[in-house]
Design a protein around this ligand. Structure first.
Ligand SMILES: [Zn+2]
Length: 280
C-alpha cells in the first residue's frame, strides 16, 4: 500500500520553527508534501495570524527568507515535497478561488513557475484552497501537467460523457451506499490523476482513519493523510487521540510498523500507484 502525508497552508506566514516542531521527527522516516500558497492573501482563513486576518493584503512567499531557505534545504534532502496550493488562496465573500475565480490557467502556470524557481524544485501536484475546484480549475491544472490533491467529482469538472468518469462516479456511489467513506485508489480522469485525502482535523476520529487505512491496506491501494500544521495542538473530542498531532503521529506509527507500506510523497504516489481502472 502507498502511504503519504499532505499538509496544507504553508505560506509567507509560516515559520520554519512551526514546520520543524511538527514534522522534524516525522520526516526522519518519510516525506511530507506541503501544499504551499505562492502569494497569500490575508483573508479569513483560520491558519493566518489573528493580526493579519481580513486585511486582504498580499504576501509573496519570497518575503519570508528564513522559510524559503528552510524549504529549499528540506526539499533537497527529500524531507519535503512542494505542491501548489492556489494562487492567493482567500477570496472575499466566501468565494472559492478555484471554483468561482477567473484567469485560473494563468494563475496555475505562474504559481507553479514561481514556486519552482524560488524553491528550486518541480511541482507535480495542485491542491485547491478549501478543497474547492470546478471545471475551469481542473482544465487549468491539466494544461499545466499537474495532478490533483483531492477529488473533483461529476459536479465539479469531470466530463459527463466519459465512460471512465461515469465508472468512477458509480463506484463512489456504491461505496457511499455501503457506508464506506474515503477512497483507496488513485483516480485517472480527464487527463490528470486525483488522490483523495483523509482529513485529520479537530473533528476527525482516529478509529475512522484507521478503518480507512486498513481498507486501503487490504486492497493494496493508497492512503493519504491530509492535515494542517497550524491545527496540531488543537484538542480533539476523541478518546483515542489527545490532539490533531497525536492523531497523525499514531497513524504514522501504524504506517511505520508495517513492511507492506510504501511511504512516498504525494506526487510520487500519484505517479506510481496503479489507478482505479488499472487495479487487479
Ligand atoms: Zn488551504
Amino acid at each position: 500500500m502507498y502511504f503519504c502525508i499532505r499538509d496544507d497552508d504553508t505560506s509567507f506566514f509560516t515559520s520554519p520553527d512551526d514546520l520543524e516542531k511538527t514534522y522534524g521527527d516525522v520526516t526522519k522516516h518519510g516525506p511530507v508534501s506541503l501544499a504551499i500558497i505562492p502569494f497569500c492573501r490575508a483573508g479569513s482563513s483560520k491558519g493566518l495570524p489573528a493580526a493579519y486576518r481580513n486585511r486582504w493584503s498580499i504576501h509573496a512567499l519570497e518575503g519570508n527568507r528564513a522559510l524559503v531557505d528552510y524549504l529549499r534545504r528540506g526539499i533537497s534532502e527529500g524531507r519535503y515535497e512542494a505542491m501548489l496550493h492556489g494562487y492567493h488562496h482567500d477570496e472575499r465573500d466566501q468565494r472559492r478561488e478555484f471554483l468561482h475565480g477567473s484567469d485560473l490557467a494563468r494563475k496555475v502556470r505562474e504559481g507553479k513557475q514561481y514556486l519552482e524557481q524560488l524553491l528550486e524544485t518541480t511541482i507535480r501536484v495542485f491542491v485547491p484552497p478549501h478543497n474547492a475546484i470546478g471545471k475551469e480549475g481542473l482544465q487549468a491544472i491539466t494544461a499545466a501537467g499537474l495532478h490533483l490533491g483531492g477529488v473533483a467529482g461529476m459536479r465539479h469538472g469531470w466530463p459527463w460523457l466519459s465512460p471512465t468518469s461515469l465508472e468512477i462516479w458509480w463506484y463512489l456511489r456504491k461505496r457511499r451506499k455501503n457506508g464506506l467513506d474515503g477512497l483507496p485508489y488513485v483516480l485517472e480522469v480527464a487527463g490528470h490523476r486525483e488522490l483523495a485525502g483523509t482529513a485529520i482535523t479537530p473533528a476527525s476520529v482516529l478509529q475512522g482513519s484507521l478503518k480507512r487505512f486498513d481498507e486501503a491496506m487490504g486492497l493494496d491501494g493508497v492512503f493519504c493523510a491530509a492535515t494542517h500544521y497550524w491545527e496540531f495542538d488543537q484538542p480533539v473530542t476523541d478518546a483515542d487521540a489527545r490532539t490533531v498531532g497525536d492523531h497523525l503521529y499514531k497513524l504514522v506509527q501504524r504506517a511505520r510498523a508495517d513492511s507492506r507500506v510504501r511511504w512516498q510523497s504525494v506526487g510520487s504516489v500519484l505517479a506510481a500507484s496503479p489507478s482505479f481502472g488499472q487495479r487487479p
